[in-house]
Design a protein around this ligand. Structure first.
Ligand code: GLC
Ligand code: MG
Length: 249
C-alpha cells in the first residue's frame, strides 16, 4: 500500500452512516500513520458549523480543511485561513455588489449569518424556482462585472463564490503543495458542490450510493473510468471505493 491524498465531503458522504464511519476512520488513521496518507475534509460548512459537526461525530483531525465550498483552506490545524489561497480570490469579487444584486430576486432567502463568509454568499432557493432564477441571476451578476460562479446543491442551497474557487481548485492547490499526482488522489462526494472535485482530470473519484440527482446527472453526462459509483451509502460507499481503487485492502 502506498500513501495517497484522501479528500472527502462531510455531510451525507463521510458522515451519515455511523458504523461505517467508525471503520473508515480507523483504516484512514492506520494508513496515515504507516504510509503518510493525507486526510482532507472539503465541505460547504463555515468554521462554526464544521466545528459543531466535528465535535458531534468526533471526527479525525484532518491534515487540511477546505471550508465554505473551497473559498477557505486551513492547514495544520491553524485557525486562520491560508492567505496565499485567499489572495487568489479577491479579483472579480465584491460581496456588497453580490448581495445587492441578489435582493432583486425574492426567491432567494439568505442563509444564517454564520454561513455568509468573506468569499461566499449563500441562500436557500426552492427547487421549483431554480431553473428560472439561476440563469437570470447569473446574467445580472455578470452584468455587474463580477467574476463569480453559482453552485446549487441538494435542491435547496445556493452558493455564490469567486470563479477561481471551488472544492476542486482548492484540492489542486493542496496537491501542488504536497506533491501528489492525480492518480494518487481520491475525492468523495454526494451533491452539487462536489462536482468540481470530480471534474479534476485523472483524479480518482468515489460517488457514494446515496448521491443526489444533480451529481448523478453530471456523472452520466461526463463519464470517466477514474470515477467509481458505489452501492453502499456514505462512509460505506467510501470504503467500497477505496478497495476498488486499491488504496485499501
Ligand atoms: C453547507 C453550508 C451552506 C452551503 C451548503 C452547500 O451546508 O453550511 O452554506 O450552502 O453546504 O454548499
Ligand atoms: Mg454532501
Amino acid at each position: 500500500m502506498a500513501k495517497f491524498l484522501f479528500v472527502t465531503d462531510l455531510d451525507n458522504t463521510f458522515v451519515g452512516n455511523d458504523n461505517a464511519l467508525f471503520e473508515l476512520s480507523d483504516r484512514l488513521q492506520q494508513t496515515r500513520q504507516e504510509h503518510g496518507t493525507k486526510i482532507v475534509y472539503a465541505t460547504g460548512r463555515s468554521p462554526i458549523l464544521y466545528q459543531k459537526l466535528k465535535d458531534e461525530k468526533n471526527l479525525l483531525e484532518p491534515d487540511a480543511l477546505i471550508l465554505a465550498v473551497g473559498t477557505e483552506i486551513y492547514l495544520d490545524g491553524s485557525d486562520a485561513p491560508d492567505s496565499e489561497w485567499s489572495g487568489k480570490l479577491s479579483s472579480g469579487w465584491n460581496r456588497e455588489v453580490v448581495v445587492s444584486t441578489t435582493t432583486r430576486f425574492p426567491e432567494l432567502v439568505p442563509q444564517p449569518d454564520s454561513e455568509q463568509r468573506p468569499y461566499k454568499s449563500s441562500f436557500f432557493l426552492q427547487e421549483e424556482a431554480a431553473a428560472r432564477v439561476l440563469p437570470q441571476l447569473e446574467l445580472e451578476l455578470q452584468e455587474s462585472s463580477l467574476d463569480v460562479k453559482l453552485i446549487y446543491s441538494s435542491g435547496i442551497d445556493l452558493d455564490i463564490i469567486p470563479r477561481r474557487s471551488d472544492k476542486g481548485q482548492a484540492v489542486q492547490f493542496l496537491r501542488q503543495k504536497w506533491k501528489f499526482v492525480a492518480e494518487q488522489t481520491v475525492v468523495c462526494g454526494d451533491s452539487g458542490n462536489d462536482i468540481a472535485l470530480f471534474a479534476v482530470e485523472a483524479g480518482r473519484g468515489i460517488i457514494v450510493g446515496n448521491a443526489r440527482p444533480e451529481l448523478l446527472q453530471w456523472h452520466n453526462e461526463h463519464p470517466a473510468r477514474s470515477r467509481y459509483l458505489a452501492t453502499n451509502f456514505c462512509a460505506g460507499g467510501i470504503l467500497e471505493g477505496l478497495k476498488h481503487f486499491g488504496f485499501l485492502k
